[in-house]
Design a protein around this ligand. Sequence first.
Ligand SMILES: *Cc1c(COP(=O)(O)O)cnc(C)c1O
Length: 452
Amino acid sequence: MNLAERDIKHIWHPCSQMKDYETFPPIAIERAKGLWLYGSDGKKYADVISSWWCNLLGHCNDRINSAVKKQIDLFEHVIFANFTHEPAVELCERLALKVPAGLSKFFFTDNGSSAIEASMKMSFQYHLQTGSPQKKRFMSLSDGYHGETLGALALGGVDLYSEMYKPLMLDVIHVKAPDCFRCPYGMTRERCTAQCFEDAERTFAEYGHETAAFFAEPLLQGAGGMKIYPPLYLKKLRELCTKYKVHLIADEIATGYGRTGVMFACDMAGISPDIMCLSKGLTGGYMAMAAAVTTDEIYNAFYGDYSDGCAFMHSHTYCGNPLACAAGVEVLKIFDEEDIIEKANKNAIYFNKIIREKFADYEFTGEIRNIGLINAIELVKDRETKEPFDAKKRLGYRIYKEAVKMGVLLRPLGDTLYFNPPLIIEPCDMDFVTDAALAAAKKVLTKSAIAD
Ligand SMILES: *Cc1c(COP(=O)(O)O)cnc(C)c1O
């Protein structure tokens, strides 16, 4: 049996219909370097989705590898209650200098969803302990994505992931997210004054008094379709949250670490959230670790004698894992010493330019949108009306299969093709991946292919 056959026998893959694997078996990877994954089939694949958006500085980055190796020979893990270690402390010291003003306390968890869950509990408990026990509901944006555990799933607004589980979920209040491509106010990105914010105002007027926190992915709704919305909206959201004493919780799990062209997307709007969730890039994509970063004010509401019963009694086995922290420290050193964001921003101009040149003129290109190195191409059936393709045709999935054959790992979200490469991607690789993506899209989107 080859590896793919042995795999199918026992493994249940994430976010997959396993029946698909019978005709399109999993690709076995033997090693990886930089942008490239090397398969046991002798082929190589450009990882332009950063392996689910986490790989930041390339696979097998020499500096991160040696930092982790150095740490593993010292010790691999230790309980993080009552114990500490240099990598965790150094990571927080370094990050404290980079996070938006006012954020100073780091609570570690072991994946993105668990950072979201911890934030929900933290916000609820803060209000309970500061005289507002009625604040026990949560708000979030429609089309948001915050993870897969039940609390995080309830905050999310992507039906594909959450619809089925609604009977199990908290009753979260959803505010209609900005939809800049199909703006209901008929505005364009250039002329936008965030009129759509009126839905948030209405919703806060009705539910603000009973709401503990508002969760949002700042500027970029990732899993919801790589939707990009203006900083002005986020600024207004900050003001509204403050007015109603609702915590603003920025889910920077996907947007953090330079993905949007600045260290954190909140920076672009010049705002500070009350809690910021980090994961993915936090370890350079090396290890499962996350953090909920918060203010002294929230921290202080949990401070007292043990007998007061006001402590945050939340833990995850691997929180503060030293290997993950060592990777995280090295990531920040590399950011500082190698001008990673500046270089990425320079390359981002070229990336967006060639994507526009190659894709703009096709009938199937509804919108090309970009932020940082992230570029998304929303495919449509009709350019004039922006009518989407029939989801049942699974065109995005078919493009994915074609592109993989050509050596490019894309993973379209529905019919939105996107690139979210490691920040170290080079222009020559940009040429290659965009050519392959276009060829794959053209192959699938020919009239005959759409018709069958
Ligand atoms: C990936 C992601 C999460 C969930 O993180 P996991 O580590 O997969 O649990 C939450 N929010 C956003 C915005 C994400 O992109």
